[in-house]
Design a protein around this ligand. Structure first.
Ligand code: ATP
Ligand code: PRP
Ligand code: MG
Length: 403
């Protein structure tokens, strides 16, 4: 593979004090690789020693490597790791890991699949290089490290954990006190070619892209591995672009988000390599099973089963009464069965048992509506799985794969 001279340098060297050695200017270079694919190679140049350059890349191969096992990448540590394992366990796909430092594991329910524990950004890189076939990571990491590569395909975009958003934040004091939107920030007279807006971020692909898309010209970026919220108060940056969930870290560091400053919303997602799904034997069946189990669990997680008794002349009459209430239709409609009572030696139908699924958020109003139409003896229990006939995400995936 040949490495070309830099084709474009999207970011300028920031006029930083030389003491601020942890923040480095970033140069983005497009590098041609074998075949028709291109990868983006980022070179980070140290502020202190401008002579020392390092460049690292993953081998992007054109052919699917020969191996029999499907490889699923899961976060090895950090805040996504435990939630990922918990989710799989809830889907009856428990991961058997002998000890936490062993990076390969098995899911007994999926005998043709190997689990590899990796840092989230490496999961995305390895999906692109063909070393993993499937992965669970945050959408932020997919966007940052996938860089729009068409081989990455999002199979399930909302696994219901790891919620956060990537957002631009500025100080709530000084020259920024009355600045509340990206537009106002861009229009500040302070930013010039000589003195651009300095943004500290770990998102060195998405950051410049967002600024360019929003027409902000005089901007420069620096990067660090963490605690970015300190950068403005330290005088290293004017703004930061970082993940926010509770907002506590911003607040504690006297920073604020601004209107129009959200780059993306993120949560955990199931991601796959398109090539693996189309070319690796068994990969599509495995992803189908994982997707079905995820969908069944996630759909059920938001619902309760509600059983109640209702007096009535017949099932149709009970159904008609239920249908007058907005929250009592269930997933497809109520299930109504006769309750046989024995009185004076005679068996007759006095009640009907109704079974419906109710969103957890609407439980109390549903109970009130049930009572209003004569419901009694209401039993509420959790739902474990809801398997639909076919999941819309599966049809979507097949269509994305051109199948
Ligand atoms: N408040 C948050 N801050 C950062 N990441 C969050 C937050 N909430 C959810 N996430 C998700 O978790 C992922 C970070 O997990 P990861 O394990 O890589 O980092 P970490 O726990 O911050 O560890 P480290 O910073 O040491 O890499 C993000 O990519 C994002 O998808
Ligand atoms: O909105 P909040 O709930 O306060 O969360 C946001 C903070 O959490 C993350 O940092 P992390 O805890 O990973 O520390 P780090 O900066 O050392 O990575 C992120 O980079 C923010 O700093
Ligand atoms: Mg972190």
């Amino acid at each position: 593979m040949s490495i070309a001279t830099p084709l474009n340098t999207t970011l300028q060297r920031s006029p930083l004090p030389s003491s601020l050695s942890v923040f480095s200017p970033i140069h983005t270079t497009t590098v041609p690789v074998t075949g028709t694919r291109k990868i983006c190679l980022r070179m980070v140049t140290s502020c202190v020693s401008s002579h020392s350059q390092s460049s690292v890349h993953n081998g992007v191969t054109d052919a699917v490597s020969v191996r029999n096992q499907i490889r699923l990448g899961l976060p090895s540590k950090g805040r996504m790791a435990t939630d990922t394992l918990d989710l799989l366990k809830d889907c009856q796909l428990s991961v058997k890991q002998v000890n936490p430092r062993q990076y390969v594991a098995q899911i007994p329910q999926l005998p043709n699949t190997e689990v590899w524990f990796q840092r989230p950004k490496d999961i995305v890189r390895k999906l692109l290089s063909g070393d993993l076939d499937l992965g669970i990571v945050g959408l932020d990491i997919v966007s940052e490290f996938g860089q729009g590569n068409e081989d990455l395909i999002i199979v399930h975009e909302a696994l219901n954990f790891g919620d956060c958003h990537l957002s631009l934040a500025i100080p709530n004091y000084g020259i920024f006190e009355n600045i509340n939107s990206l537009k106002e920030l861009a229009q500040m007279p302070q930013w010039t070619a000589e003195r651009p807006l300095r943004v500290a971020t770990g998102f060195t692909y998405l950051g410049p892209k967002f600024m360019k898309e929003n027409g902000i010209k005089h901007v420069t970026f620096s990067t660090a591995d963490g605690a970015l919220e300190a950068a403005p108060a330290m005088g290293i940056a004017d703004a930061i672009l970082d993940l926010v969930s509770s907002g506590t870290t911003l607040k504690e560091n006297n920073l604020k988000e601004i209107e129009g400053g959200v780059v993306l919303q993120s949560q955990a997602a199931l991601v796959a390599s398109k090539r693996a799904l189309t070319e690796r034997t068994g990969a599509l069946d495995t992803v189908h099973e994982i997707l079905e189990r995820l969908e069944a669990h996630l759909k059920a997680a938001g619902q309760f089963t509600v059983v109640a008794n209702m007096r009535g002349t017949d099932a149709e009459e009970v159904a008609a009464r239920l249908k007058t209430q907005p929250s009592l239709s269930g997933l497809q409609g109520p299930t109504i069965s006769p309750v046989y009572c024995k009185r004076d030696g005679k068996v007759s139908i006095e009640f009907y048992a109704i079974v419906i699924c109710v969103p957890k958020t609407a439980l109390y109003e549903s109970v009130q509506q049930l009572r209003a139409v004569g419901g009694s003896g209401v039993l509420v229990s959790p739902l474990t799985y809801i398997f639909d006939e076919e999941t819309p995400r599966w049809s979507q995936l097949l269509s994305n794969l051109g199948l």
